[in-house]
Design a protein around this ligand. Structure first.
Ligand code: IPM
Ligand code: MN
Length: 357
């Protein structure tokens, strides 16, 4: 029986459509080679639709998205729209409504890619951040009063339930167990200041680790120290698990150490439901339509999607193709500095993925 996957595609804003187009090219090459089917269905949501019609993410679209095997997203964010409207209305709404409670972000230096950590090589920078993706400061709990006066107060709370922490840590331990031989999971927190929230995280981390994962080494770092070690000793890390806000921040740092937004990908994972895969970088409006943006982040997001769908052979072929292109072809990861256009990079990865078999 032929495996067939229905993929919802949200090209989105700015350079999103260009990078997603290259990603689909590579995914299609993998599908042909490994004999599975991909039906892509594109959804028009993003800044342009909002400016034209006032619609952000219609409920009918959200309901339809629930029926797909996965969602492949380009970028959300438009210079003509006030910050927050599209991010909250589309990206965060999909993450929350589809309960994609894990944000999985690999930090991996590909061969030939420049890193600001000059003495580090591809062997030193290869870890994954498991970012909790449903709660914390992103819950949106809070308020503002006496706005515009000198007595104004604003509060936004970092909220976590035991259940949210538990399911995220469970995912992180299981992921660490399967990932490789290193079997090391680090909790990134701030137990010296956020004594309620990260006390909860630390307790569940230790209880679960002791009871169910005695073979996994547990490390703990405060978030500020995590940033320092990600730069100085990235080889210490195998898997890092953390809350939503810290995860957002440290994965931008991780992305720059792996060569920047051109190559950093992520997955918003609901292990029991519909997951969404996206390049971490934004919509890069100034490069829109110029065929200059680096599509590798979107291609790597597609590779993660294949992996989670169960097509792990196809995923590793795509990853090897990306490594060949970074190692042997591209001059630089930045838009316009690759030595090739967006579509040429997509073509090279697609050809290597198609292979001879
Ligand atoms: C990310 C982005 C989003 C986040 C924004 C656009 C809401 O920064 O995916 O990392 O904060 O999660
Ligand atoms: Mn971010």
């Amino acid at each position: 029986m032929k495996r067939n996957y229905r993929i919802a595609v949200i090209p989105g804003d700015g350079t999103g459509p260009e990078v997603v187009r290259e990603g689909m090219k590579v995914l299609q090459a993998a599908a042909t080679r490994f004999k599975f089917g991909l039906d892509f269905h594109s959804f028009d949501v993003g800044g342009d639709r909002y400016l034209k019609t006032g619609e952000i993410l219609p409920d009918s679209v959200l309901e339809e998205l629930r029926t797909y095997d996965a969602i492949y997203l380009g970028a959300i964010g438009h210079p003509g729209v006030q910050p927050g409207i599209l991010e909250k209305g589309i990206l965060l709404r999909v993450r929350f409504e589809l309960d994609q409670y894990i944000n999985l972000r690999p930090v991996k230096l590909f061969p030939g890619v420049d890193t600001p950590l000059k003495d580090k090589t591809a062997a030193d920078i290869d870890y994954v951040v498991v970012r909790e993706n449903s709660g914390g400061l992103y819950t949106g709990l809070g308020g503002i009063s006496r706005k515009g006066t000198r007595d104004e107060v604003a509060v936004q709370s970092m909220l976590y339930s035991y259940a949210q922490v538990e399911r995220c840590l469970r995912f992180a331990f299981e992921y660490t167990k399967k990932r490789n031989q290193r079997q090391t999971l680090a909790l990134c927190g701030k137990t010296n200041v956020l004594t309620y929230v990260y006390d909860l995280w630390e307790r569940v981390f230790n209880e679960m680790g002791e009871k169910d994962y005695p073979g996994i080494q547990r490390d703990y770092y405060h978030v500020d120290a995590t940033c320092m070690w990600m730069v100085k000793n990235p080889e210490w890390f195998d898997v890092i698990v953390t809350g939503n806000m810290f995860g957002d921040i440290i994965t931008d740092l991780g992305a720059i150490t792996q060569g920047g937004m051109g190559i950093a990908a992520g997955g918003n994972i609901n292990p029991e439901g519909v997951s969404m895969f996206e390049p971490i970088g934004g919509s890069a409006p100034k490069y829109t339509g110029k065929n200059l943006i680096n599509p590798l982040a979107a291609i790597c997001a597609g590779q993660m999607m294949l992996d989670i769908l169960g097509e792990s052979k196809a995923a590793s072929v795509v990853e090897n193709a990306v490594m060949t292109v970074t190692g042997e072809k591209l001059k630089n990861m930045g838009a316009g500095r690759m030595g090739y256009s967006t579509s040429e990079v997509g073509d090279m990865v697609a050809e290597l993925t198609a292979g001879s078999a």
